[in-house]
Design a binder for this molecule. Structure first.
Ligand SMILES: Nc1nc2c(ncn2[C@@H]2O[C@H](COP(=O)(O)OP(=O)(O)OP(=O)(O)O)[C@@H](O)[C@H]2O)c(=O)[nH]1
Ligand SMILES: [Zn+2]
Length: 368
C-alpha cells in the first residue's frame, strides 16, 4: 500500500472538519460555519425535514435567509448580481423549496447580495452532492441553540484541498475484458470523501513515452444502461478500444456522476430536460454551475502510476487544464466520440456551443 501524504494523527484536521460537516448536512442537520468571530448556521434545503426547517427558523428568530446561487438567480430573472440571499421569515418549507430549485418559480420580491460566507457554504453542498440551496443565519451574537452542531472553519474549506490530493493505492488486479483483453484494475482511495477511484490499465503502456489516457466521469445511465440521452457509454468503450489500439494506456474512471453534481441532481435535471431545457439551463434551475468536477484525483492517480506525460483522449478542454494545473504534461489530445442519436444530439450541441467542447458535431451527424 502506498501512502501519498503523512498527516499523522491529529485531534482535528481541516479535512475531518469538512467531512463531518458534509455528513451532517446530508443527515439534514445544521452545521456552524465560522470565520473568526463570525458564525453562520447552515442547513441544506435539499435534505432537511420540514420540521427541522421550522425549528431552524425559530432558533434563529426568523432571521434565516436562503442562498440562491448566481445561475439560479439568473434563471429567476435576477442577472449580473452574483449569488443572492432571500429573507425567509414567514416563508413555508414548500415555498422555499420552490424558490430554490423548481421550474416556473417567481423571482423573490425582497433579496440582497449574498454574504461571502453564505456563498462559501455552497462548497459544502458541492462536496455533499446536495443542491446549493443553503438556508443560513448569522448567529455570531448568540449561537447557543447550535452548541451541539458540527463546526467548520471557513479556512478549513480551503486547507482541506490538501487532503483532496492525498490518495493511496489499495490494490491492483487483473480482469479479463471481453473486447479489450487483460486489463489491470487499480483501485485508489482518498480525497475528501474517501471515495474509491479506479484506473483501468490496458496492455502495458510504455511509461518512458507520453502515455495514452482517457479520463472518464461516471455515468450510470449511459455507461451501464446504454442511455440514449448522452454519449458516455460509447465513449467509455471507444476510449478503451483507442487505448488498446495505441498499444496500451490508462482509463481513469472517476466517481463524478452528473458532472460532479451526483445522481440525484442529474436525475432532477433530466426531469427539467424532459420539459425542454438544455443540459446547462436544467442544471442552472437547480442552482448548479455548468461544471462541478475537479481533477486532483486524476492527477494523484497518474502520479501513483508513475505517469507524468500523457496523450489524452477527450473533447473537454477542462480535463486538459485540470491535468496541467496538477503538473501533468499533456503532449497531445485526440477526440473520442460516440453515436449521435435523436435523443443526444441537442446535448452534444449544447456542450459544444455553451461549454466549449471540441467536437465536430456536424461531421459526426453527416457520418451517421
Ligand atoms: N449534470 C448533468 N450531467 C450529465 C448530463 N448528461 C451526462 N452527464 C454527466 O456528464 C459527465 C460526462 O462525462 P465525460 O464523458 O467523462 O466527460 P465530458 O465532459 O463529456 O468530456 P469528454 O467525454 O472527455 O469529451 C458524466 O459525469 C455524466 O454523468 C446532464 O444532462 N446533466
Ligand atoms: Zn452519460
Amino acid at each position: 500500500m502506498t501512502q501519498t501524504g503523512d498527516f499523522g494523527f491529529r485531534f482535528m484536521t481541516p479535512a475531518m472538519e469538512v467531512e463531518r460537516a458534509v455528513a451532517e448536512l446530508r443527515f439534514g442537520r445544521p452545521v456552524l460555519l465560522a470565520n473568526g468571530s463570525q458564525k453562520l448556521a447552515v442547513l441544506s434545503l435539499d435534505c432537511v425535514a420540514p420540521s427541522v426547517y421550522e425549528q431552524f427558523a425559530s432558533a434563529t428568530g426568523n432571521r434565516h435567509k436562503l442562498l440562491l446561487t448566481a445561475p439560479r438567480a439568473q434563471r429567476l430573472g435576477i442577472c449580473g448580481e452574483g449569488d443572492i440571499a432571500v429573507p425567509l421569515a414567514g416563508m413555508s418549507f414548500d415555498d422555499a423549496s420552490k424558490l430554490s430549485y423548481m421550474v416556473g418559480a417567481s423571482a423573490p420580491v425582497t433579496w440582497e447580495k449574498a454574504d461571502p460566507m453564505m456563498s462559501a457554504s455552497t462548497e459544502l453542498a458541492r462536496l455533499a452532492l446536495l443542491l446549493p440551496a443553503m438556508i443560513c443565519a448569522d448567529v455570531s451574537h448568540d449561537d447557543s441553540c447550535f452548541g451541539a452542531c458540527c463546526r467548520v472553519d471557513l479556512a478549513s474549506l480551503t486547507r482541506a484541498d490538501v487532503a483532496r490530493q492525498s490518495f493511496e493505492k489499495v490494490v491492483r488486479t487483473r480482469v479479463p475484458l471481453m473486447d479489450f483483453g487483460n486489463a489491470d484494475f487499480v483501485v485508489f482511495r482518498g480525497g475528501l470523501a474517501q471515495k474509491d477511484q479506479v484506473a483501468i490499465v490496458i496492455g502495458q503502456p510504455d511509461l518512458t513515452r507520453p502515455v495514452p489516457i482517457r479520463i472518464h466521469s461516471s455515468c450510470i445511465t449511459g455507461d451501464l444502461c446504454g442511455s440514449l440521452k448522452c454519449d458516455c457509454g460509447d465513449q467509455l468503450r471507444n476510449g478503451l478500444m483507442l487505448l488498446k489500439q495505441a498499444g496500451g494506456g490508462v482509463l481513469l474512471y472517476l466517481d463524478q456522476e452528473g458532472r460532479g453534481t451526483g445522481i440525484g441532481a442529474k436525475m432532477r435535471a433530466y426531469g427539467y430536460q424532459h420539459a425542454g431545457l438544455d443540459t446547462i439551463d436544467a442544471d442552472a434551475e437547480l442552482g448548479l454551475h455548468s461544471e462541478h468536477r475537479r481533477y486532483e484525483a486524476a492527477v494523484a492517480m497518474l502520479r501513483l502510476l508513475e505517469i507524468t506525460r500523457v496523450a489524452v483522449y477527450t473533447n473537454n478542454p477542462a480535463k486538459i487544464a485540470g491535468l496541467r494545473a496538477g503538473g501533468i504534461e499533456v503532449d497531445a489530445r485526440a477526440p473520442v466520440t460516440g453515436r449521435v442519436t435523436a435523443e443526444n444530439e441537442n446535448y452534444l450541441r449544447t456542450k459544444t456551443i455553451r461549454a466549449g467542447h471540441m467536437l465536430d458535431l456536424e461531421s459526426l451527424v453527416a457520418a451517421e
